[in-house]
Design a protein around this ligand. Structure first.
Ligand code: NAP
Length: 247
């Protein structure tokens, strides 16, 4: 196990499954102590912790609904009390509630989790990072936040908002040694995309030059790069991990 992140504390929101799980496992494999955040899936978060510990890594599960402002404040406070610092924050927690614009009724839910949740965690974790005068924040956007997508007005708005937030936060926090970047995945095989019809999946695959759906591991590798010292001169950027889907 390479230990290039030894001594680093990483918080990954929504790490009980899918992309967040792959990121947590990847950062732990590089030696970081990982806080596995989840909202409702305690048993799954525990499984992620066990997987990391079995491989010789360090991890701790912590429940928090990222949409809850006070909850996030308490969550980040608990991380600092337990581990003393936060070096890496990955804002991965996200939901979809897809529908056509005219039928849209869940706009707030998606904005509250995806966009406000990202803001809440940045706000509280960056206080600690400012004291440390170092930190790496990586936000999960989506190519849909760049290209738009019919039936995803709420989700695309939340992800476009994350891109604007990433660039603004990068400018505000750069002088304190904190980098802020976004990763914009394309079509990745997780529970989020499992619900799509086979016809739609086939259509999506047809739009990907690399001709396959992405795996959570594909995204985790990009996040691990942005969280590493190799990316120390990169901030305010949006790295697309989409097999060439949106260029
Ligand atoms: P997923 O399989 O549905 O997993 C979502 C994760 O977020 C779960 O761990 C879930 O935990 C957590 N979560 C949801 N609401 C939460 C809340 N209020 N507070 C804390 N945690 C919460 O999704 P995924 O496909 O891995 O997606 C991960 C991220 O990548 C999301 O931001 C998504 O928008 C983005 N993304 C995904 C794709 C894709 O194709 N899959 C493409 C572009 C971007 P609980 O079960 O405990 O709630």
């Amino acid at each position: 196990m390479s230990q290039i992140m030894e001594g680093k504390v990483a918080v990954v929101t929504g790490a009980s499954r899918g992309i967040g799980k792959a990121i947590a496992v990847k950062l732990a494999s590089k030696g970081a102590t990982v806080v596995i955040n989840y909202n409702g899936s305690e048993a799954k978060a525990d499984e992620v912790k066990h997987e990391i510990v079995e491989k010789g890594g360090c991890a701790q599960c912590m429940q928090c609904n990222v949409a809850d402002y006070e909850g996030c404040e308490a969550f980040i406070k608990a991380v600092i009390e337990q581990f003393g610092r936060i070096d890496i924050l990955v804002n991965n927690a996200g939901i979809t509630k897809d529908d056509l614009l005219m039928r849209e009724e869940d706009f707030s839910d998606v904005i509250d989790v995806n966009l406000k949740g990202t803001f809440h965690c940045i706000r509280f974790a960056s206080r600690q990072m400012m004291k440390q005068r170092s930190g790496k924040i990586i936000n999960l956007a989506s190519v849909v936040g760049i290209s738009g997508n019919a039936g995803q007005v709420n989700y695309a708005a939340s992800k476009a908002g994350i891109i604007g937030m990433t660039k603004s936060a990068a400018k505000e926090l750069a002088s304190r040694g904190i980098t802020v970047n976004a990763v914009a995945p394309g079509f990745i095989e997780t529970e989020m995309t499992e619900v799509l019809s086979d016809k739609l999946k086939e259509e999506m695959r047809g739009q990907i030059p690399l001709a396959r759906m992405g795996q959570p591991e594909d995204v985790a590798k990009a996040v691990a790069f942005l969280a590493s010292e190799q990316a120390s001169y990169i901030t305010g950027q949006v790295l697309r991990v989409d097999g060439g889907m949106v260029m």
